[in-house]
Design a protein around this ligand. Structure first.
Ligand code: SF4
Length: 380
């Protein structure tokens, strides 16, 4: 079973912190739609008849396109792949692009999960980030989507930026939970190279990120989620019981996926490929029937290290039986030494050396250092 990701590379305006691939000039969107439809056709044999279990429209802002464009892409996927019944089909939307007719059109074409880009329920935060919507839009969008019939809705929030006091962060979480949504993704604000935020901090127009504040807000978030009876199933992802994001979970489990559209990545179990990060060149290449992508075959060590990185981030944890048989005795010894060094940040069964089914997870403190711990454990 596999997933399909469709990258829609357009946004209404550029959020200051964002380093995803998008353009605010939508002039090429008709040609882009044709190119995406054509890429789907060109790659129809790549999944070797594996059926599709999830579809995910991301970006950019897929909700910026007319709903008919999304419908054409859905039809192309159904025409070219074996799509299972009642699968999770997610569309990322920004609240200001949504209205009841559009939401109804999505529901009718089979979209059954929305991911609503919210980030904060405070006006000044949205201005700080240069978001395109106002503070009331997200709650209105969620309500309209629920009235239309959507019952699986995720909201994205950002914490750890100077304007966001702990009190405001608590209010953001409580507001989101009160919306009766099923899933939350919460990300620490990071300052990415070549973003407006990076420039404004570098030139001292904005204060830098305070990492202690970010850690404090993450810790509060973990407790609030637990009190609400939700699952903290991945470092940045939280769900009501039985509402984990299937598509993203499959990424983390190393299942196969096909990424369509400029900048989209694909994975087939042992190799990764990625499409060109340029809208005009993507369209031109597809028009010439050439897939504009590069490919990397992962070594066994790279595959194990990816597993360490992703499995540690998940509450289901890292299964040692997926590591031990694939490394040398010396590598296993070094790995165990690093596990012991990080003992205070991990939940480690005492018999892990001899128990083939041992599973290692991060404890609450460890969740603050997931990437560093994974790096310590890397093999090879
Ligand atoms: S809407 Fe999303 S993809 Fe577009 S600029 Fe903002 S964060 Fe980036």
């Amino acid at each position: 079973m596999a997933g399909i990701y469709i990258h829609i590379p357009y946004c209404k305006q550029a959020c200051y912190y964002c380093n995803f691939h998008f353009s605010t000039n939508t002039k090429s969107s008709p040609e882009m739609l044709q190119a995406i439809l054509q890429e789907i056709e060109m790659r129809k044999h790549e999944l070797n008849n594996q059926s599709i279990q999830t579809i995910y429209f991301g970006g950019g802002t897929p909700g910026i396109l007319p709903s008919d464009d999304i419908k054409k892409i859905m039809h192309a996927i159904e025409d070219n792949f074996i799509v299972e019944k009642n699968i999770e089909t997610t569309l990322e939307v920004n609240p200001d692009d949504m209205h009841p007719q559009k939401l109804k059109a999505y529901l009718d074409m089979g979209i059954n999960r929305l991911s609503v880009g919210t980030q904060s329920f405070f006006e000044e935060d949205l201005q700080y980030m240069n978001r395109s919507h106002d503070a009331k839009a997200a709650a209105r969008c969620v309500q309209e989507a629920q009235d239309t019939g959507f019952n699986n809705i995720s909201v994205d929030l950002i914490y750890g930026f100077p304007l966001l006091t702990n009190e405001k962060w608590k209010q953001n979480i409580n507001t989101a939970l009160a919306l009766q949504i099923t899933h939350l993704s919460c990300y620490a604000m990071t300052v990415e190279a070549r973003t407006a935020l990076e420039k404004m901090i570098r030139t001292e127009k904005l204060p830098p990120i305070n990492h202690a504040q970010s850690a404090e807000q993450f810790e509060w978030l973990m407790h609030a989620i637990e009190d609400a009876g939700w699952e903290h199933y991945e470092i940045s992802n939280f769900a009501k019981p039985n509402h984990r994001a299937v598509h993203n979970t499959n990424y983390w489990l190393g299942k196969h996926y096909l990424g369509i559209g400029p900048s989209a990545h694909s994975f087939d179990g042992s190799s990764r490929s990625w499409n060109i990060v340029n809208n005009a060149l993507f369209i031109k290449s597809i028009e010439e029937h050439i897939l504009p992508s590069e490919k990397e075959i992962l070594t066994l060590h790279q595959q194990i290290n990816e597993y360490i990185m992703t499995s540690l981030r998940m509450s289901d944890g890292m299964q040692l039986q997926k590591i031990k048989p694939n490394v040398t005795t010396e590598e296993w010894q070094l790995f165990c030494e690093e596990l012991e060094k990080n003992n205070a940040l991990l939940n480690i069964p005492s018999n892990y050396q001899t128990n083939a089914r041992a599973i290692i997870t991060l404890n609450k403190k460890g969740k603050l250092y997931a990437d560093k711990i994974a790096g310590d454990l890397f093999v090879g």
